[in-house]
Design a protein around this ligand. Structure first.
Ligand SMILES: [Zn+2]
Length: 368
Protein backbone atom coordinates (compact mmCIF):
# COMPACT_ATOMS: atom_id res chain seq x y z
CA UNK A 1 0.00 0.00 0.00
CA UNK A 2 1.24 3.51 -0.86
CA UNK A 3 1.98 5.50 2.30
CA UNK A 4 0.83 9.10 2.49
CA UNK A 5 3.07 10.98 4.94
CA UNK A 6 1.64 12.09 8.27
CA UNK A 7 -1.32 14.32 7.29
CA UNK A 8 -3.68 11.42 6.49
CA UNK A 9 -3.01 9.40 9.70
CA UNK A 10 -3.25 12.62 11.72
CA UNK A 11 -6.69 13.40 10.22
CA UNK A 12 -7.82 9.79 10.89
CA UNK A 13 -6.56 9.93 14.50
CA UNK A 14 -8.44 13.19 15.16
CA UNK A 15 -11.60 11.67 13.62
CA UNK A 16 -11.02 8.62 15.85
CA UNK A 17 -10.84 10.84 18.96
CA UNK A 18 -14.18 12.43 18.01
CA UNK A 19 -15.80 8.99 17.57
CA UNK A 20 -14.19 7.85 20.84
CA UNK A 21 -15.61 10.82 22.80
CA UNK A 22 -19.05 10.20 21.34
CA UNK A 23 -18.88 6.45 22.11
CA UNK A 24 -18.13 7.27 25.76
CA UNK A 25 -21.16 9.48 26.32
CA UNK A 26 -23.82 7.91 24.05
CA UNK A 27 -25.86 4.84 25.08
CA UNK A 28 -24.92 1.53 23.42
CA UNK A 29 -27.89 -0.82 23.86
CA UNK A 30 -31.35 -0.84 25.44
CA UNK A 31 -33.50 -3.81 26.32
CA UNK A 32 -37.10 -4.16 27.52
CA UNK A 33 -38.39 -7.14 29.46
CA UNK A 34 -41.05 -7.90 32.07
CA UNK A 35 -42.27 -4.30 31.91
CA UNK A 36 -38.81 -3.02 32.80
CA UNK A 37 -36.16 -1.18 30.86
CA UNK A 38 -32.35 -1.33 30.95
CA UNK A 39 -29.75 0.74 29.12
CA UNK A 40 -25.98 0.25 28.88
CA UNK A 41 -23.07 2.47 27.86
CA UNK A 42 -19.75 0.94 26.81
CA UNK A 43 -18.39 1.47 30.35
CA UNK A 44 -21.45 -0.06 32.11
CA UNK A 45 -20.30 -3.68 31.58
CA UNK A 46 -16.80 -3.44 33.10
CA UNK A 47 -18.08 -1.26 35.98
CA UNK A 48 -20.83 -3.77 36.80
CA UNK A 49 -18.32 -6.65 36.63
CA UNK A 50 -16.13 -4.79 39.16
CA UNK A 51 -19.05 -3.98 41.48
CA UNK A 52 -20.29 -7.60 41.39
CA UNK A 53 -16.92 -9.00 42.53
CA UNK A 54 -15.28 -9.81 39.17
CA UNK A 55 -12.68 -7.03 39.42
CA UNK A 56 -10.02 -8.70 37.27
CA UNK A 57 -12.26 -9.21 34.23
CA UNK A 58 -13.88 -5.79 34.73
CA UNK A 59 -10.48 -4.07 34.89
CA UNK A 60 -9.25 -5.99 31.82
CA UNK A 61 -12.31 -5.06 29.72
CA UNK A 62 -12.11 -1.43 30.93
CA UNK A 63 -8.43 -1.29 29.99
CA UNK A 64 -8.63 -2.76 26.47
CA UNK A 65 -11.91 -1.13 25.35
CA UNK A 66 -11.69 2.30 27.01
CA UNK A 67 -8.28 3.30 28.37
CA UNK A 68 -5.88 1.90 25.75
CA UNK A 69 -7.82 2.91 22.58
CA UNK A 70 -8.07 6.46 23.99
CA UNK A 71 -4.37 6.48 24.95
CA UNK A 72 -3.34 5.13 21.56
CA UNK A 73 -5.27 7.81 19.67
CA UNK A 74 -4.08 10.54 22.05
CA UNK A 75 -0.44 9.48 21.66
CA UNK A 76 -0.47 9.40 17.87
CA UNK A 77 -2.35 12.72 17.63
CA UNK A 78 0.08 14.50 19.99
CA UNK A 79 3.12 12.94 18.26
CA UNK A 80 2.03 13.89 14.73
CA UNK A 81 0.86 17.38 15.77
CA UNK A 82 4.17 17.81 17.64
CA UNK A 83 6.13 16.93 14.48
CA UNK A 84 4.14 19.48 12.45
CA UNK A 85 4.60 22.21 15.08
CA UNK A 86 8.31 21.50 15.80
CA UNK A 87 7.64 20.54 19.42
CA UNK A 88 10.77 19.32 21.34
CA UNK A 89 11.56 15.83 20.02
CA UNK A 90 12.57 13.99 23.19
CA UNK A 91 9.11 13.79 24.87
CA UNK A 92 7.56 12.91 21.49
CA UNK A 93 9.99 9.99 21.08
CA UNK A 94 9.03 8.63 24.51
CA UNK A 95 5.33 8.94 23.60
CA UNK A 96 5.71 7.28 20.21
CA UNK A 97 7.58 4.29 21.70
CA UNK A 98 4.41 3.59 23.69
CA UNK A 99 2.26 3.65 20.53
CA UNK A 100 3.73 0.40 19.19
CA UNK A 101 3.63 -1.28 22.59
CA UNK A 102 -0.04 -0.43 23.19
CA UNK A 103 -1.29 -1.31 19.69
CA UNK A 104 -2.25 -4.98 20.19
CA UNK A 105 -4.12 -4.12 23.40
CA UNK A 106 -6.57 -1.69 21.78
CA UNK A 107 -9.43 -4.09 21.08
CA UNK A 108 -12.37 -2.11 19.68
CA UNK A 109 -12.57 -4.42 16.63
CA UNK A 110 -12.75 -7.55 18.81
CA UNK A 111 -15.26 -5.84 21.12
CA UNK A 112 -17.59 -5.26 18.15
CA UNK A 113 -17.61 -8.99 17.37
CA UNK A 114 -18.37 -9.67 21.06
CA UNK A 115 -21.18 -7.14 20.70
CA UNK A 116 -22.57 -9.09 17.72
CA UNK A 117 -22.65 -12.34 19.72
CA UNK A 118 -24.22 -10.61 22.76
CA UNK A 119 -26.83 -8.87 20.58
CA UNK A 120 -27.83 -12.17 18.95
CA UNK A 121 -28.24 -13.83 22.35
CA UNK A 122 -30.27 -10.89 23.71
CA UNK A 123 -32.68 -10.79 20.74
CA UNK A 124 -33.67 -14.37 21.60
CA UNK A 125 -34.85 -13.27 25.05
CA UNK A 126 -35.81 -9.57 25.00
CA UNK A 127 -36.82 -6.60 22.90
CA UNK A 128 -33.47 -5.04 21.99
CA UNK A 129 -32.73 -1.59 20.61
CA UNK A 130 -29.30 -0.65 19.27
CA UNK A 131 -28.26 2.88 20.23
CA UNK A 132 -25.93 5.52 18.78
CA UNK A 133 -22.69 4.50 20.56
CA UNK A 134 -22.52 1.40 18.34
CA UNK A 135 -22.19 3.57 15.22
CA UNK A 136 -19.55 5.67 16.99
CA UNK A 137 -17.64 2.46 17.82
CA UNK A 138 -17.78 1.31 14.19
CA UNK A 139 -16.48 4.76 13.14
CA UNK A 140 -13.78 4.50 15.82
CA UNK A 141 -12.69 1.06 14.57
CA UNK A 142 -12.47 2.32 10.98
CA UNK A 143 -10.59 5.48 12.00
CA UNK A 144 -8.07 3.45 14.04
CA UNK A 145 -7.63 0.98 11.14
CA UNK A 146 -7.09 3.84 8.69
CA UNK A 147 -4.59 5.52 11.06
CA UNK A 148 -2.53 2.32 11.30
CA UNK A 149 -2.78 1.62 7.55
CA UNK A 150 -1.72 5.14 6.58
CA UNK A 151 1.00 5.47 9.19
CA UNK A 152 4.56 4.75 8.10
CA UNK A 153 6.39 4.42 11.40
CA UNK A 154 9.76 4.75 9.65
CA UNK A 155 8.76 8.22 8.37
CA UNK A 156 7.63 9.25 11.87
CA UNK A 157 10.93 8.07 13.42
CA UNK A 158 12.90 9.93 10.73
CA UNK A 159 10.93 13.12 11.40
CA UNK A 160 11.53 12.66 15.14
CA UNK A 161 15.25 12.21 14.62
CA UNK A 162 16.25 14.89 12.12
CA UNK A 163 20.01 14.61 12.52
CA UNK A 164 20.41 11.15 11.02
CA UNK A 165 24.10 10.31 10.94
CA UNK A 166 25.85 7.03 10.46
CA UNK A 167 27.47 5.87 13.65
CA UNK A 168 29.14 2.83 12.14
CA UNK A 169 32.11 1.98 14.22
CA UNK A 170 34.51 -0.82 13.48
CA UNK A 171 34.42 -3.63 16.03
CA UNK A 172 30.96 -2.93 17.38
CA UNK A 173 27.91 -5.21 16.98
CA UNK A 174 25.11 -4.37 14.56
CA UNK A 175 22.00 -4.35 16.77
CA UNK A 176 18.50 -3.95 15.34
CA UNK A 177 16.26 -1.79 17.53
CA UNK A 178 13.09 -3.71 18.47
CA UNK A 179 11.13 -0.44 18.80
CA UNK A 180 11.97 1.70 15.74
CA UNK A 181 13.78 -0.82 13.53
CA UNK A 182 17.01 1.20 13.15
CA UNK A 183 20.22 -0.81 12.92
CA UNK A 184 22.64 0.59 15.50
CA UNK A 185 26.35 -0.12 15.66
CA UNK A 186 26.76 -0.04 19.39
CA UNK A 187 27.87 -2.12 22.37
CA UNK A 188 25.24 -4.33 24.06
CA UNK A 189 22.98 -2.72 26.68
CA UNK A 190 23.39 0.64 24.98
CA UNK A 191 20.42 2.73 23.82
CA UNK A 192 19.12 3.25 20.30
CA UNK A 193 20.50 6.51 18.91
CA UNK A 194 17.17 7.33 17.24
CA UNK A 195 14.39 6.38 19.71
CA UNK A 196 16.44 5.89 22.91
CA UNK A 197 14.98 2.41 23.60
CA UNK A 198 17.34 -0.12 25.26
CA UNK A 199 19.21 -2.34 22.77
CA UNK A 200 19.49 -6.09 23.29
CA UNK A 201 20.92 -8.63 20.87
CA UNK A 202 18.02 -10.94 21.92
CA UNK A 203 15.08 -10.43 24.28
CA UNK A 204 16.27 -11.06 27.86
CA UNK A 205 15.51 -14.56 29.26
CA UNK A 206 13.26 -15.20 26.28
CA UNK A 207 13.02 -19.02 26.61
CA UNK A 208 12.40 -19.01 30.37
CA UNK A 209 9.77 -16.27 30.24
CA UNK A 210 7.97 -17.75 27.20
CA UNK A 211 7.88 -21.21 28.82
CA UNK A 212 6.59 -19.74 32.09
CA UNK A 213 3.72 -17.89 30.39
CA UNK A 214 2.90 -20.86 28.11
CA UNK A 215 2.81 -23.42 30.94
CA UNK A 216 0.69 -21.12 33.13
CA UNK A 217 -1.74 -20.58 30.23
CA UNK A 218 -1.89 -24.34 29.49
CA UNK A 219 -2.72 -25.06 33.16
CA UNK A 220 -5.53 -22.47 33.13
CA UNK A 221 -6.92 -23.66 29.76
CA UNK A 222 -8.37 -26.74 31.50
CA UNK A 223 -10.43 -24.94 34.22
CA UNK A 224 -11.35 -22.29 31.63
CA UNK A 225 -13.16 -25.03 29.69
CA UNK A 226 -14.45 -27.13 32.61
CA UNK A 227 -15.87 -24.43 34.89
CA UNK A 228 -18.92 -22.32 33.99
CA UNK A 229 -18.24 -19.15 32.07
CA UNK A 230 -21.45 -17.36 33.06
CA UNK A 231 -24.80 -17.93 34.79
CA UNK A 232 -28.05 -16.98 33.08
CA UNK A 233 -31.21 -16.69 35.19
CA UNK A 234 -34.51 -16.67 33.33
CA UNK A 235 -37.85 -16.74 35.21
CA UNK A 236 -36.22 -17.85 38.49
CA UNK A 237 -34.31 -20.70 36.80
CA UNK A 238 -30.55 -20.35 36.79
CA UNK A 239 -28.38 -22.20 34.29
CA UNK A 240 -24.58 -22.22 34.13
CA UNK A 241 -22.80 -22.24 30.78
CA UNK A 242 -19.30 -23.39 29.98
CA UNK A 243 -17.65 -22.10 26.79
CA UNK A 244 -18.71 -25.26 24.92
CA UNK A 245 -22.20 -25.02 26.47
CA UNK A 246 -22.55 -21.48 25.07
CA UNK A 247 -21.48 -22.70 21.63
CA UNK A 248 -23.95 -25.63 21.79
CA UNK A 249 -26.72 -23.17 22.60
CA UNK A 250 -25.86 -21.09 19.53
CA UNK A 251 -25.96 -24.29 17.42
CA UNK A 252 -29.36 -25.27 18.91
CA UNK A 253 -30.69 -21.83 18.00
CA UNK A 254 -29.56 -22.43 14.40
CA UNK A 255 -26.90 -19.69 14.58
CA UNK A 256 -24.19 -21.72 12.87
CA UNK A 257 -21.96 -18.86 11.64
CA UNK A 258 -21.83 -17.33 15.14
CA UNK A 259 -21.26 -20.76 16.73
CA UNK A 260 -18.32 -21.33 14.37
CA UNK A 261 -16.94 -17.85 15.09
CA UNK A 262 -17.05 -18.38 18.87
CA UNK A 263 -15.67 -21.94 18.54
CA UNK A 264 -12.75 -20.65 16.49
CA UNK A 265 -12.08 -17.67 18.79
CA UNK A 266 -12.53 -19.39 22.17
CA UNK A 267 -11.44 -23.01 21.59
CA UNK A 268 -9.28 -23.20 18.46
CA UNK A 269 -7.16 -20.03 18.76
CA UNK A 270 -6.00 -20.57 22.39
CA UNK A 271 -5.21 -24.24 21.61
CA UNK A 272 -3.33 -23.29 18.42
CA UNK A 273 -1.34 -20.71 20.35
CA UNK A 274 -0.38 -23.16 23.11
CA UNK A 275 0.64 -25.91 20.67
CA UNK A 276 2.38 -23.41 18.37
CA UNK A 277 4.34 -21.83 21.23
CA UNK A 278 5.43 -25.24 22.59
CA UNK A 279 6.53 -26.31 19.07
CA UNK A 280 8.49 -23.09 18.48
CA UNK A 281 10.18 -23.31 21.88
CA UNK A 282 11.14 -27.00 21.61
CA UNK A 283 12.32 -26.82 17.97
CA UNK A 284 14.38 -23.67 18.67
CA UNK A 285 15.95 -25.00 21.87
CA UNK A 286 16.87 -28.25 20.10
CA UNK A 287 18.65 -26.23 17.41
CA UNK A 288 16.39 -27.26 14.50
CA UNK A 289 17.11 -25.27 11.36
CA UNK A 290 14.29 -26.61 9.17
CA UNK A 291 11.17 -24.67 8.03
CA UNK A 292 12.54 -21.40 9.43
CA UNK A 293 10.45 -19.25 7.09
CA UNK A 294 7.28 -21.23 7.86
CA UNK A 295 8.00 -21.06 11.60
CA UNK A 296 8.54 -17.30 11.42
CA UNK A 297 5.25 -16.94 9.52
CA UNK A 298 3.52 -19.08 12.18
CA UNK A 299 4.88 -16.76 14.87
CA UNK A 300 3.44 -13.72 13.07
CA UNK A 301 0.04 -15.42 12.63
CA UNK A 302 -0.09 -16.44 16.31
CA UNK A 303 0.86 -12.87 17.25
CA UNK A 304 -1.98 -11.49 15.08
CA UNK A 305 -4.82 -13.85 16.05
CA UNK A 306 -4.30 -13.99 19.83
CA UNK A 307 -6.41 -10.95 20.74
CA UNK A 308 -9.49 -12.32 18.87
CA UNK A 309 -10.06 -14.81 21.70
CA UNK A 310 -11.46 -11.96 23.79
CA UNK A 311 -14.84 -12.14 21.97
CA UNK A 312 -16.50 -14.25 24.71
CA UNK A 313 -15.21 -12.01 27.52
CA UNK A 314 -16.66 -8.91 25.79
CA UNK A 315 -19.93 -10.77 25.18
CA UNK A 316 -20.24 -11.50 28.92
CA UNK A 317 -19.45 -7.88 29.83
CA UNK A 318 -22.33 -6.67 27.60
CA UNK A 319 -24.82 -9.26 28.92
CA UNK A 320 -23.87 -8.46 32.54
CA UNK A 321 -24.35 -4.74 31.83
CA UNK A 322 -27.90 -5.18 30.56
CA UNK A 323 -29.54 -8.25 32.03
CA UNK A 324 -30.14 -7.52 35.71
CA UNK A 325 -33.87 -7.91 36.35
CA UNK A 326 -33.51 -9.74 39.67
CA UNK A 327 -35.06 -13.22 39.69
CA UNK A 328 -36.81 -12.64 36.34
CA UNK A 329 -33.64 -12.44 34.32
CA UNK A 330 -30.03 -11.99 35.36
CA UNK A 331 -26.57 -12.67 33.91
CA UNK A 332 -23.44 -12.97 36.05
CA UNK A 333 -19.87 -13.94 35.21
CA UNK A 334 -18.41 -17.13 36.66
CA UNK A 335 -14.98 -18.54 37.52
CA UNK A 336 -14.40 -20.00 34.02
CA UNK A 337 -14.39 -16.45 32.61
CA UNK A 338 -11.46 -15.41 34.83
CA UNK A 339 -9.47 -18.52 33.86
CA UNK A 340 -10.23 -17.91 30.19
CA UNK A 341 -9.27 -14.21 30.34
CA UNK A 342 -6.02 -15.26 32.04
CA UNK A 343 -5.31 -17.76 29.21
CA UNK A 344 -5.77 -15.03 26.58
CA UNK A 345 -3.57 -12.50 28.42
CA UNK A 346 -0.85 -15.05 29.28
CA UNK A 347 -0.60 -16.34 25.69
CA UNK A 348 -0.27 -12.73 24.43
CA UNK A 349 2.52 -12.22 27.01
CA UNK A 350 4.15 -15.50 25.87
CA UNK A 351 4.16 -14.43 22.21
CA UNK A 352 5.65 -11.05 23.21
CA UNK A 353 8.33 -12.75 25.35
CA UNK A 354 9.46 -15.04 22.52
CA UNK A 355 12.21 -13.66 20.31
CA UNK A 356 11.81 -15.00 16.72
CA UNK A 357 15.46 -14.10 16.02
CA UNK A 358 16.37 -17.06 18.27
CA UNK A 359 14.96 -19.39 15.59
CA UNK A 360 17.29 -17.86 12.99
CA UNK A 361 20.33 -18.32 15.25
CA UNK A 362 20.12 -21.98 14.14
CA UNK A 363 20.26 -21.03 10.45
CA UNK A 364 23.01 -22.71 8.49
CA UNK A 365 24.33 -21.18 5.28
CA UNK A 366 23.70 -23.62 2.41
CA UNK A 367 26.91 -25.17 1.11
CA UNK A 368 27.86 -23.89 -2.36
ZN1 LIG B 1 15.16 2.62 18.08
Amino acid sequence: MRRVGITFPLACAIAGLLFYSFALIAPLLEIKAYGRFAMAHIETGPLRLVSSGWQIIGALVFLVTLIIPGLKLGIITITLLGIETHFPRRPLKILFRWYTMLSPWAMIDVYLLGFLVAYTRLTGMFTVHIDTALYALIGLMMAMGATDAGLDQEIVWRRLHDTETSSRTVGLHALGCATCGLVNHAPENNRCRRCDAPLHPRKAESFARTWAFTIAAACLYIPANIYPFMNITNLAQTQSYTIMGGIAELVNAGLWPLALLVFFASITIPLLKLVGLAYMLISTQRGHSSFLQARTRTYRILDFIGRWSMIDIFMVSILVALVHFGQFANVTANIGAICFAAVVVLTIFAINAFDPRLMWDNYEEPAI
